[in-house]
Design a protein around this ligand. Structure first.
Ligand SMILES: [Fe+2]
Length: 196
């Protein structure tokens, strides 16, 4: 639990890391390649959503992408301080409070911070569901290629498959975001294969 409700400083709105700085932070802090891949996949989905569904310009697309890219940055080396360490780091670097807030609220049932903005809600929605689609891609010889909605829906119902992926949390994330589970599944499987 973070026991906080405000994040960052409003005067820092619009402040971002450059792509190089963000990538450096990612590779510095996250040595686990699987986790790095997960973070890149969520980042890509956030960018696609911002561009396609929110029709945002490049600067805003990057803010969404950056939130995805760094949301689990402290999980590898600072598991005891998960979600605390990265928030403090981004606050110290005077980063846009909306990005920090999105990261802080990506696990409302764990960190106690409610997702409020669309960025918050989509980060929460993509986080666990993309974990499920990725687990499914690993058991398919062709990976993401040709993945169909009915296949991922079946895996979603099989509680033993990727058992660590909490189905109730996914449903919770979808209803908070006001999106249909199936439409987000489709959105993911049509784009996720791009990030290897
Ligand atoms: Fe995550």
């Amino acid at each position: 639990m973070l026991h906080r409700t405000t994040f960052g400083d409003p005067k820092n709105v619009g402040n971002v890391l450059s792509r190089e700085e963000a990538n450096l932070l990612l590779t510095d802090w996250v040595k686990n390649e699987r986790l790095q891949l997960h973070m890149k996949q969520v980042a890509w989905l956030m960018k696609c959503w911002a561009a396609e569904k929110e029709e945002m310009q490049e600067a805003d697309q990057w803010r969404w992408e950056m939130a995805g890219l760094l949301h689990d940055a402290d999980w590898d080396q600072y598991p005891e301080q998960h979600c605390i360490k990265i928030i403090e780091e981004l606050e110290a670097r005077n980063i846009d409070p909306e990005i920090i807030r999105a990261i802080a609220s990506h696990g409302p049932n764990h960190f106690g911070v409610e997702p409020i903005t669309k960025m918050d809600k989509m980060l929460f929605a993509f986080d666990e569901l993309s974990g499920l689609t990725h687990a499914y891609s690993l058991m398919r010889p062709e990976g993401y290629a040709g993945m169909e909605l009915k296949g991922i829906k079946k895996r979603f119902k099989e509680k033993a498959f990727a058992a660590s992926v909490n189905r109730e949390e996914i449903q919770d994330a979808m209803s908070r975001a006001g999106v249909e589970l199936e439409s987000i599944m489709l959105f993911i499987i049509e784009r996720q294969g791009v990030v290897k």
